[in-house]
Design a protein around this ligand. Structure first.
Ligand code: ZN
Length: 134
């Protein structure tokens, strides 16, 4: 079951360049920074109430986020739903005809299990499910 929006992923060329906007212009505090080698990105998280913002900076031109920026420019990259059962959620989406990018969840940032649905079958929104690691 989806319980809430966990975070919005925002693609940036440089976290260093984007930080002053989030910290000074918006007054948010960076809660957590982490490199995620599996996705070839550096991340920075901001808490906005229950929801987080996840800045994503590619660490390689091969990174999916680098390809996204090349195609679309910087901006909102994905929406992530927290779910109580990530495998069940993937099965439900697949059963409803949605194309999955990942059939199996993998470890994303902040020690969570994550998996993505393909934007071609989600009306243009790259969609992530995330769940705490059991
Ligand atoms: Zn995410």
């Amino acid at each position: 079951m989806i319980t809430r929006i966990d975070h919005l992923g925002i693609a940036v060329r440089s976290i260093e360049a984007a930080l002053p906007y989030y910290e000074k212009a918006l007054g948010l505090k960076c809660a957590h920074r982490e490199e995620v080698p599996s996705q070839q990105v550096k991340t920075a998280f901001f808490d906005v109430g229950e929801v987080h913002l996840e800045l994503l900076e590619p660490t390689s031109p091969e990174s999916p986020v680098a390809k996204f920026i090349e195609k679309n420019g910087e901006g909102i990259h994905h929406i992530a739903f927290a779910t109580t059962d990530i495998n069940g959620q993937l099965g439900q989406a697949k059963g409803a005809g949605t194309r999955l990018i990942h059939e199996q969840p993998f470890e994303g940032a902040a020690g969570k299990l994550v998996a993505f649905l393909h934007p071609k079958s989600t009306f243009g929104v790259l969609t992530e499910f995330c769940a705490p690691k059991a």
